[in-house]
Design a protein around this ligand. Structure first.
Ligand SMILES: Nc1nc2c(ncn2[C@@H]2O[C@H](COP(=O)(O)OP(=O)(O)OP(=O)(O)O)[C@@H](O)[C@H]2O)c(=O)[nH]1
Ligand SMILES: [Mg+2]
Length: 354
């Protein structure tokens, strides 16, 4: 197999992906998706940037920025490699569908600013999303030059036990070193958060673009106020062998399959609830409720309990709705069926060999 390993490693290729190749893949080219467009995907390979189309049974929406794919020489995606991490949410609107935001992200910079954008309930959602995806979360507080950061840092640290919190001015060159500390060469970080919090300003700095010049004209649009707002998710090479994904501001973040993530972000509440007298305690004033006792002595805020309960209910409902739609066959695409069949046939062959 003529893989140029050095180039691939610098794109974030690891043994996790290499182990998914077999002798039949010798003529296929590994490439990493850098942008998903309406009918083509842009990807980076050892040979440079390539435009890829998907096979007739695969929809472009089944791919995400950060994905590793194997492509045929005529620039067609043949298959998607298993993802090390996947960031997903329930698609916005009434669609009972899961939407993949990004794949193979190591570190998630959950970005907010030291102002009214700081919202504990929304940030907890992002943190749950990071934990469910298997990414390391870092909470980034921007605009620390415009507002006293200390009260925001304190509130941020209460969102998840041991959470790394960075307060910075995205326009100051020091911001780069502050973020680099949380992420290694060869790893991929993604910036997520509301519109206007400074994700692209940080991406510019991290990729070495000076003076906030737009990364590429194609990916940004001016709004009426002359602001540049990001409209697509893009993977860029960052300084010192790192990778960064810039994303548009999210208006709605509905969780999906997030039970483990909720357990990680609200580990304090899960631990307390295990100490309640009744196993099915609803924490609504029952005798022997450990959560009620923690609220009473000021160790826990009632708001955090409410947010935990709300997220748990919402996740259960979204997960059930999307899974139901999937089992009715609506969300199963032909590509998914083909890969399921191929996996089943591989399993069958293994059994026969034994
Ligand atoms: N003073 C100051 N201004 C900032 C900081 N971060 C971002 N800004 C400014 O805030 C505005 C919005 O920044 P962007 O980087 O475009 O925000 P974004 O998060 O990419 O926004 P969307 O692409 O719409 O999601 C720009 O005018 C930036 O110069 C900061 O830390 N301090
Ligand atoms: Mg932006």
């Amino acid at each position: 197999m003529s893989l140029k390993l050095n180039e691939l490693t610098s794109l974030g290729w690891t043994s996790f992906f290499a182990e998914q190749l077999d002798e039949n893949d010798a003529n296929l080219i590994p490439a990493r998706i850098s942008e998903v467009r309406r009918d083509v995907v842009m990807a980076l390979s050892a040979d440079g940037v390539v435009d890829l189309i998907t096979p007739p049974d695969m929809s472009v929406s089944e791919l995400a920025v950060g994905d590793w794919v194997l492509a045929r020489s005529e620039n067609r995606v043949e298959r998607v490699l298993e993802r090390r991490t996947r960031i997903n949410r329930r698609a916005a609107g009434h669609d009972a569908r899961s939407q993949l935001i990004a794949a193979n992200v190591d570190v998630l910079f959950v970005t907010t600013s030291c102002n009214a954008d700081f919202n504990a309930a929304r940030l907890e959602r992002y943190l749950v999303m990071a934990a469910s995806a298997g990414c390391v979360p870092v909470l980034v507080l921007t605009k620390a030059d415009l507002e006293e950061a200390a009260p925001y840092i304190e509130q941020a640290q209460e969102l998840q036990l041991g959470l790394a919190v960075v307060a910075l001015n995205a326009k100051n060159p020091d911001a780069v070193a502050q973020l680099m500390e949380h992420w290694q060469a060869g790893e991929t970080a993604a910036l997520l958060g509301s519109s206007g919090v400074g994700k692209s300003t940080l991406t510019n700095a991290l990729t070495g673009v000076v003076d906030g010049a737009p990364l590429t004209a194609a990916i940004r649009e001016d709004d009426a106020k002359g602001r540049h707002t990001t409209t697509t998710r893009n993977l860029y090479p960052a300084l010192n062998g790192r990778w960064v994904i810039d994303t548009p501001g999210m208006r709605e973040l509905q969780l999906l399959d997030a039970q483990d993530g909720i357990g990680a972000v609200f580990a304090d509440l899960e631990e307390l609830s295990a100490q309640c007298k009744f196993r099915n305690c609803a924490h609504g004033g029952e005798p022997g409720c450990a959560i009620g006792a923690a609220i009473k002595i000021g160790d826990l805020s009632e708001d955090r309990l409410t947010r935990w309960q709300k997220l748990t209910q919402e996740d259960a409902l979204n997960t059930e709705t999307v899974h139901e739609a999937r089992s009715r066959g609506k969300a199963t695409t032909r590509y998914q069926r083909r890969t399921q069949e191929e996996a089943a046939s591989r399993k069958g062959k293994h059994k026969k060999r034994r």
